[in-house]
Design a protein around this ligand. Structure first.
Ligand SMILES: Nc1nc2c(c(=O)[nH]1)N[C@H]1C(S)=C(S)[C@@H](COP(=O)(O)OP(=O)(O)OC[C@H]3O[C@@H](n4cnc5c(N)ncnc54)[C@H](O)[C@@H]3O)O[C@H]1N2
Ligand code: MOO
Length: 397
């Protein structure tokens, strides 16, 4: 059994960045930028008004009330071309370009006006209500960095910077193959000893969450031919995730059957709980992570190993696990040789400290508890007994 750190290093060594592709701005949500996005223009392109009112010279309105002559109009998208002279004003609207010669805006609430004259009732300082050219960004400025997972806000900025197309990493295609005679898809009426394949759903959603494109290869029965034929569906994908059949039972066929098909095993079995029988290898050109079948083991191992692989393929830093600290609300015994990931509840005590309460039962078949957990408490191999109040490392879920 190898340690989690070594296993992770070996997994990451099996993946490289995928090539970029161009997508329309509107298909960019959740994709990862393969190139910085630089502004193709300056925003606003010129000094513009932030309010509806009148563009004037501040020197003209030092003493109020004062009446100025309205010389024209500057709506958003239009402009007043002449130079503003002393004693003049231009009707202006929000977003309208400030005429040459004007240096402040008087909001219309502070005026009395007809079509010919405006009486300004309040003085303003130079620059008042003017958004200078480039206030938001200037041409050539980097707005979004390579490696950004695009959100609605990011896409709005890319749009404002005039990018109808974006270069993003190709989505990793991830084949998902469940195994086991006992598992059937959700919605099927299970036979007397059958259970539902929650792992297929878990992994498909998980892959999507990590920016990949899941492809379900279905459920292979514990049968050499079927498993072998179904695993061929992974050809041409960027990662094969199997779930189940990773352990030592007579029906745990993944290593033996895929081994006959050319699976080169990098490692099998790691010092981790849940997740001991994890397999990593390469089937033809496709890296494969063989996840243990227990539902909690599948998801925790996917989180610890498949997530960084997907991040690496999409040009993001795979080493970004957010580890926080919390104090235990109960004693924990000495740990054995496997690094433990205990499902736990989080709370905050009266001194504002984060507290972790691991569930009493940590069976890797208990999906309901995984769902109720707020975090995983990490316990290193051979960790000494930890009493209530001890600080431990946690990963929020
Ligand atoms: N003698 C030993 N037995 C086991 C060992 C061991 O070291 N020696 N390891 C145990 C550990 S730890 C784990 S984890 C499991 C994992 O075994 P497999 O990967 O071979 O998984 P299966 O036996 O196929 O299934 C385990 C469990 O999970 C259920 N399962 C399987 N697939 C799904 C699915 N798609 N959706 C939901 N649930 C699934 C399955 O019905 C079993 O109950 O092995 C231990 N045994
Ligand atoms: O590794 Mo298993 O996941 O302990 O149940």
């Amino acid at each position: 059994m190898i340690r989690v750190e070594e296993a992770l290093e070996r997994v990451l060594a099996g993946f490289t960045e995928l090539s970029p592709e161009t997508v329309s701005l509107h298909d960019g949500l959740g994709r990862v930028l393969a190139k910085d996005v630089k502004a193709r223009l300056t925003q606003p392109p010129s000094d513009v008004s932030a309010m509806d009112g009148f563009a004037v010279k501040s020197t003209d309105i030092q003493t109020v009330p004062v009446t100025l002559k309205i010389r024209g109009e500057a709506p958003a998208g239009g402009s007043y071309e002449a130079q503003l002279q002393d004693g003049e004003a231009v009707r202006i609207f929000t977003g309208g370009p400030v005429p040459f010669g004007a240096d402040c805006i008087v909001i219309q609430e502070n005026t009395d006006h007809d079509d010919i004259n405006v009486t300004v009732k309040q003085s303003e300082a130079p620059g008042r209500y003017i958004r200078p050219a480039g206030l938001d960004f200037s041409e050539g400025q980097i707005g979004l960095e390579k490696g950004t997972t695009l959100t609605a806000r990011d896409l709005a900025l890319a749009a404002a910077m005039n990018h109808p197309w974006l270069e993003v990493y190709r989505k990793p295609k991830v084949a998902i193959l469940a195994t086991g005679n006992e598992v059937v898809l959700p919605g099927v009426t299970p036979g007397p000893n059958q259970i539902i394949s929650s792992n297929t759903t878990a992994l498909m959603s998980f892959v999507r969450e990590c920016g990949g494109e899941p492809i379900s290869l279905g459920i292979a029965p514990d049968d050499k031919e079927a498993l072998s034929a179904m695993a061929k569906g992974a050809e041409g994908t960027d990662l094969l995730l199997t779930t189940g059949g990773a352990s030592v039972g007579d029906h745990d066929l993944v290593r033996s059957v895929l081994g006959e098909q050319g699976l080169e095993i990098d490692f099998w079995r790691i010092a981790m709980r849940p997740g001991k029988p994890l397999i990593f290898g390469k089937l033809g050109q496709t890296p494969m992570i063989g996840l243990p079948g227990n539902p909690v083991s599948t998801l925790v191992c996917a989180y610890i190993f498949a997530r960084p692989a997907l991040w690496k393929m999409t040009g993001r830093n795979p080493d970004n696990l957010q580890i926080e600290k919390a104090v235990l609300t109960q004693d924990l015994g000495e740990n054995d040789k496997r690094q433990d990931y205990l499902r736990a509840k989080l709370s905050t005590n009266s001194s504002g400290q984060l507290e972790a309460t691991p569930f009493d039962r940590q069976d890797s078949a208990m999906l309901n508890l995984l769902r109720k957990a707020d975090c995983l408490v990490i316990r290193a191999p051979f960790a000494s007994p930890a009493s209530k109040g001890t600080e431990v490392e946690i990963i929020r879920l």
